[in-house]
Design a protein around this ligand. Structure first.
Ligand code: NZQ
Ligand code: ZN
Length: 384
């Protein structure tokens, strides 16, 4: 294994009823005033909003609200949150919702410290994060792993660049994971979530120069769990055990544990997916299921051995190409698109995506792989 340092400061409160402790948990951290961030309507529909307000009031935590975070959160709404938090004197940010809400909470937590003018330069990786307000969250959609990592992804309203920040300082102080709060996640979002979790663990598995066996086996176990539990959830959305295992798998997939010990590698499929997501505002998992089979075919031609292993260990198949096809068919089966055309996009979208991928690749340090021609070649495999 390669050398690594693993550190994760997030406390996890997992299971039924944990959300009722939110006020107490925040108080324990010495915080008295917060910005309470949420999405458009789901937390009110499932009765979670009322529970949060009650819990905060019980321990006399003062709060100001900032609702309306949209999926693929945008910079302008984030900056509005920064202004509100500053005016109110918020000492921490509480995000209640899916990955988009928690990501925006982290971005606001940084924005309050560095100021509205400077915030985007951190997404362009021009500056180092040195401080942020504490973040707390109650997660209602299991997918991104944001509840136990230091990443946040935001789209710039005008340039359509979808970029990320990352720092241990942005890891939530505490995250509440109650699988029951995910019972109402719509089926299509459950499918996108499954694709996203699988994507998080296959990135280094396929693209690194060396993948330790313990990591390969851990990852294959996560993928099989995600596939089994997703099928059970689509069949019965209130299957608690399936929701619970899926939720924990999604946390483990991107809390750093599945990414250590590798030599090299990068988040190639995420690069391509972020380009599509920023341009066309499609759900993140849908962008991933469009690009993953195409990218796999392209990369497999360079290095077939991890793809042979994947075919055998995950699907019991002998050839690399069969494993790629089996994963694509599974994405189709659960209802996530596997081509630009299925997502209502055409060849012009392929060209636009290739152009913006080249720009993002420079920020991510993956420019040696992705010039316009190569990127277009990969994406054309995903056209129909
Ligand atoms: O807006 P509301 O009404 O809350 O509805 C949301 C939204 O429409 C709904 N939803 C959430 N919980 C629900 C629910 N509906 C019913 N019942 C519930 N319990 O689901 C929709 C999608 O929510 P969203 O938060 O956008 O989904 P997700 O958790 O997949 O987050 C996606 C965002 O996270 C980023 C993505 O790029 C995307 O912007 N990612 C963040 C990462 C990270 N921080 O580490 C890594 C990922 O690779 C990813 O890039
Ligand atoms: Zn992802």
């Amino acid at each position: 294994m390669e050398n690594f340092v693993y550190y994760n400061p997030t406390e996890i409160y997992f299971g039924r009823g944990q959300e009722e402790k939110i006020g107490e948990i925040i108080k324990k951290h010495g915080v008295k005033k917060i910005l309470f961030l949420y999405g458009r309507s789901s937390i009110k529909k499932i009765g979670l909003y009322d529970k949060v307000v009650k819990s905060l009031k019980e321990v006399k935590i003062e709060f100001i609200e900032h609702g309306g975070v949209k999926p693929n959160p945008i910079l302008s709404h984030t900056l509005e949150g920064v202004r509100k938090a500053k005016e109110f004197g918020a000492e921490a940010i509480l995000g209640v919702g899916g990955g988009s809400v928690v990501d925006e909470a982290k971005a606001i937590a940084l924005g309050v410290i560095v100021g509205e003018e400077e915030l985007w330069s951190y997404f362009r990786h021009e500056k180092e994060i040195k401080e942020a307000l504490p973040v707390f969250d109650i997660l209602t959609l299991a997918a991104t792993g944001t509840e136990m990592n230091g990443n946040a992804v935001i789209t710039h309203d005008e340039t359509k660049e979808k970029l990320y920040i990352s720092s241990p300082l942005l890891c939530p102080k505490a995250s509440i994971l109650n699988p029951e709060l995910t019972f109402t996640v719509p089926k299509e979002y459950q499918a996108y979530a499954a694709v996203d979790v699988i994507a998080h663990v296959i990135e280094l598995y396929f693209s690194s120069d060396y993948c330790p066996k313990i990591q390969a086996r851990f990852i294959e176990g996560l993928i099989k769990t995600v596939m089994e539990t997703t099928e059970a959830i689509l069949e019965n959305p209130k299957d608690y055990q399936a929701r619970a295992e899926f939720m924990w798998a999604s946390t483990l997939a991107l809390n750093g544990l599945a990414q250590i010990g590798f030599k090299g590698g990068g988040f190639h499929n995420h690069l391509l997916a972020h380009a599509i997501g920023g341009l066309y505002d499609l759900p993140h998992g849908a962008c991933l299921s469009i690009v993953i089979p195409a990218w796999m075919k392209w990369w497999c031609a360079k290095n077939p051995s991890p793809f042979e292993r994947f075919a055998k260990e995950v699907f019991g198949l002998s050839k690399a190409e069969e494993g790629i096809e089996a994963l694509k068919n599974w994405f189709k089966k659960i209802g996530s698109p596997t081509s630009f055309k299925e997502a209502g996009l055409d060849e012009k979208a392929v060209e636009e995506t290739a152009k913006i991928t080249v720009q993002i690749a420079l920020v991510w340090g993956l420019e040696k792989y992705y010039n316009f021609e190569t990127t277009k070649e990969i994406l054309m495999k995903a056209l129909s």
